[in-house]
Design a binder for this molecule. Structure first.
Ligand code: PGA
Length: 250
């Protein structure tokens, strides 16, 4: 069975609650497409207003982060139960910006992934190499390590429903999209890694996105590759252009 594409926006630290409502209302008609899953991952404070604005549309609201404890003395953190209660179905975990600025590690990503599954939230698990690592020729080794740690103790049934976002750090926010061939090479290697960790059926089911300067021009070629099941889109997800990315086939 063909995998359903999933195209997600990552708003990062942009848009106040009232701006979020305005943006959802603006993009709602543009991203209408029942052939793909459309997710807007928004700042925590925007989740509830964005959810209300998206009601009745095909837009699913996701979170950009989540903590791995249930509740308690973790000032400033958001718990999985809070996301579930707000109606959140997806959460971005281990984005390279969180790894760089907020001390996220493969180990904390794994804890969060397990916690998300425990609460029925689908994790969008990010991985990606730096420019130095690519130049050193260790891209595939690095990504395989990130994937292996992120999936520690995750069952095959859970892994089948996961989303992985391959985002080369050198391509994020730089306007330098990886070529479709570069992206396919790594996404194919990720699927092979999942087949090794689990089995062919799990590898066939899991969805793998490409992220890093995806735009309306580059999306069609990227999303046509056999192992690329959609995209995680930063900058372009805040603009009407996101509608063209979601409707990349038209
Ligand atoms: P970008 O961001 O599309 O602005 O490069 C992608 C991401 O960080 O998810």
């Amino acid at each position: 069975m063909a995998r359903r594409k999933i195209i997600a926006g990552n708003w990062k630290m942009n848009k106040t609650p009232s701006e979020a409502v305005a943006l959802v209302n603006e993009l709602k008609p543009l991203v209408a497409n029942d052939d793909v899953d459309v997710v807007f991952c928004v700042p925590a404070i925007d989740i509830i207003p964005a959810m209300q604005a998206a009601k009745g549309s095909n837009i699913c609201i996701g979170a950009e982060n989540m903590y791995y404890e249930e509740s308690g003395a973790y000032t400033g953190e958001i718990s999985p139960a809070m996301l579930v209660d707000a109606g959140v179905k997806y959460v971005v975990l281990g984005h390279s910006e969180r790894r760089e600025y907020f001390a996220e590690t493969d180990e904390t990503v794994n804890k969060k992934v397990l916690k998300a599954f425990e609460h029925g939230i689908t994790p969008i698990i990010c991985c990606g190499e730096s420019l130095t690592q690519r130049e050193q020729g260790i891209t595939i080794d690095w990504i395989r390590m990130q994937i292996k740690i992120a999936f520690l103790n995750v069952t095959a049934e859970q892994a089948k429903t996961a989303v992985i976002a391959y985002e080369p750090i050198w391509a994020i926010g730089t306007g330098k999209t990886a070529t479709a061939e570069q992206a396919q090479e790594v996404c194919g290697a990720i699927r092979a890694c999942i087949a090794e960790l689990y089995d062919e059926a799990t590898a066939e089911a899991i969805r793998i996105q490409y992220g890093g300067s995806v735009n309306a021009k580059t999306a069609p070629e990227l999303f046509a590759k056999p192992d690329i099941d959609g995209g995680l889109v930063g900058g372009a997800s805040l603009k009407p252009e996101f509608g063209d990315i979601v409707n990349y086939k038209k």
